[in-house]
Design a protein. Structure first.
Length: 252
């Protein structure tokens, strides 16, 4: 049985390897991203010559001073692809990692405070390719307009930025982003999902082609890598994830 996490990792890996996109020679992954990390390892284990900078990795982390070095590399143009999510994401690929309600001054009753934007805006502007990822697909997350823009999806003419979103992958589907129109289009549906169901679960409008394919299953070779060598790479850092998804636990 293919688990959703395995399908999402394989989908992200295919986006990384998209021949129509600029090459991803150096990929960085943040600290709380087991599925994007699995996707990056899948690309690596398939023999593609990519360099991975994994902030979450407890041993062998390439950075001695944490995120400061990541930002330095990105500013120099030496990171090709990054992953971002948000407490809210809207149809223009704007991200909100600050919170809902009136800001500053705290959130009113019913408001929510998110973890904080940290370096998301810098990474969004300075990385040629960003893949947006959020497993939850609901009107609460995918909103008509974010309450606060902590990282904008597109910029006004004359504003320097190296890139913007390539795609948005959720637990229900895959969207492509079109920065020239600041708009998403639906590119594939995960098994069991329908266009009407995606519309009902999405707060923003998006384009739909005449024929929307099903998101491909991971191949047997991809599943073997995910459940074997990739789980081995991730077990120390993401023990709960590996236990839940791959039924593997650290040795006592």
């Amino acid at each position: 049985m293919i688990k959703l996490e395995e399908r999402l990792a394989a989908s992200l890996a295919r986006l990384i390897l998209d021949p129509a996109a600029p090459p991803a020679r150096h990929i960085a992954v943040g600290a709380a991203s087991p599925i994007p990390a699995a996707a990056c390892w899948l690309v690596k284990k398939q023999g593609h010559p990519v360099r991975l900078s994994l902030l979450h990795k407890r041993t062998g982390n390439p950075f001695s001073e944490g995120s400061r070095e990541l930002f330095d590399l990105t500013g120099q143009g030496r990171i090709d692809l990054f992953f971002l999510g948000g407490g809210q994401i809207d149809g223009k690929a704007n991200l909100n990692l600050v919170g809902t309600g009136e800001w500053p001054g705290g959130s009113p009753q019913g408001g929510v405070r998110f973890p904080g934007s940290f370096g998301s805006a810098f990474m969004y502007f300075m990385t040629p390719r960003t893949i947006l990822f959020r497993e939850e697909h609901s009107p609460r997350v995918l909103v008509p307009q974010v309450d606060n823009i902590s990282a904008p999806g597109v910029s006004e003419p004359g504003v320097f930025r190296r890139g913007t979103a390539q795609a948005l992958v959720t637990g229900k589907c895959v969207f492509a982003f079109h920065p020239d129109r600041a708009r998403f289009s639906l590119t594939s549906l995960h098994p069991g999902e329908t266009v009407d169901g995606i519309r009902a679960a999405t707060g923003f409008d998006f384009d739909v082609p005449a024929d929307v394919p099903q998101t491909p299953d991971p191949t047997e070779a991809e599943l073997a890598l995910l459940r074997g060598p990739i789980c081995d790479e991730m077990l120390e850092t993401y023990p709960e994830f590996c236990a839940r998804v791959f039924d593997r636990k650290l040795a006592a």
